[in-house]
Design a protein around this ligand. Structure first.
Ligand code: NVA
Length: 303
């Protein structure tokens, strides 16, 4: 059987994205077996993590497998030891590698030199596991994905990149409002359009947050400065002024719209203080769904 990776959300076909979300719903409601019994997964992390680390660790145990966490100091990925050597060794011990890295290229190198599936636990370019959980959350709260409009307010970053591709894969419309200089790459927009034309959905880029939020079913935001962008924080704080999800912006969306944030959140920056507790916020359901979505993805890739 061909080895499958989850480095980009597009490593799953649009149909498979739907299958994994459906399976995650079923596993959450009805339970599951132990498809990872006797299997081990290495978790290589170059950056901090709460949700990803804990949900992968717990999810792997619940599926009957064994997870090993390897932090930055332990492995020295690409420093103490070349990436190719690390993954050639790990491939002899474990059945999959979950990795959170600064550079997306490191994931590609892991996939190239290893012999086991590689799962992206966040890179500078994409965050596919987050987006499986996001789409699961939308499916649960809206009862459907097709035809739903998801508005993202803010940075054209890893999260919005995977969300754009994932949304159109399942037939949802995606609209993003970013300040000048912080838009999603044009190559990604083009790829999203290719997918959207097959699923009869759409992708739109606008400048004003109000334009994106108007009539949306889902309003989503993420931090102004991602991990690795800390040196740009002052410039970003200026550029992102006004790119805030707050009750006024929520009022422009559909009355039954939900609010999502992948967390951690910064009250007073990309959200107003108290936004996580807003009646339309489902961010803690969304955080819980990391567990269910990743279990379905692990079963799909390794089961
Ligand atoms: N865009 C954020 C997501 C954190 C889960 C970052 O990369 O830091």
């Amino acid at each position: 059987m061909k080895r499958r990776h989850l480095i980009s959300i597009t490593d799953l076909t649009p149909e498979e994205v739907g299958v994994v979300i459906q399976r995650a719903m079923a596993m959450k409601q009805d339970g599951h077996g132990k498809p990872l019994a006797g299997k081990s997964v290495a978790m290589l992390f170059e950056k901090p993590s709460l949700r990803t680390k804990v949900s992968f660790d717990v999810g792997i145990q619940q599926l009957g497998g064994h997870a090993l966490y390897l932090g930055r100091e332990e492995v020295g990925l690409g420093g103490r030891e070349p990436v190719a050597d690390v993954v050639r060794v790990l491939s002899r011990y474990v059945d999959a590698v979950v990795a959170r890295v600064f550079s997306h290229q490191v994931l590609e190198e892991l996939a190239k030199h290893g012999t086991v599936p590689v799962i992206n636990a966040l890179s500078d370019a994409e965050h596919p596991c987050q987006v499986l959980a996001d789409l699961l959350t939308v499916r649960e709260h809206k009862g459907r994905l097709e035809g739903v409009t998801i508005a993202f307010i803010g940075d054209g970053n890893n999260v919005s990149a995977s969300l754009a591709l994932g949304a159109v894969s399942v037939g949802a419309n995606f609209v993003i409002a970013s300040p000048k200089g912080y838009e999603l790459p044009q190559s990604l927009i083009a790829e999203a359009w290719r997918i959207a034309s097959a699923t009869e959905s759409s992708i739109r880029q606008v400048r004003r947050p109000q334009e994106a939020a108007a009539g949306a079913d889902v309003v989503y935001t993420d931090v102004w400065a991602s991990m690795g962008d800390e040196a740009e924080l002052a410039a970003r704080r200026k550029a992102f002024q006004g790119y805030q999800v707050n009750p006024d912006l929520m009022r422009l969306a559909n009355p039954d719209a939900i609010f999502l944030h992948d967390l951690p959140a910064h009250g007073g920056e990309e959200i107003s203080v108290g936004m996580l507790e807003h009646p339309q916020s489902v961010v803690f359901d969304q955080a819980e769904n990391r567990l269910h979505a990743q279990k379905a993805a692990l079963e799909f890739l390794l089961g």
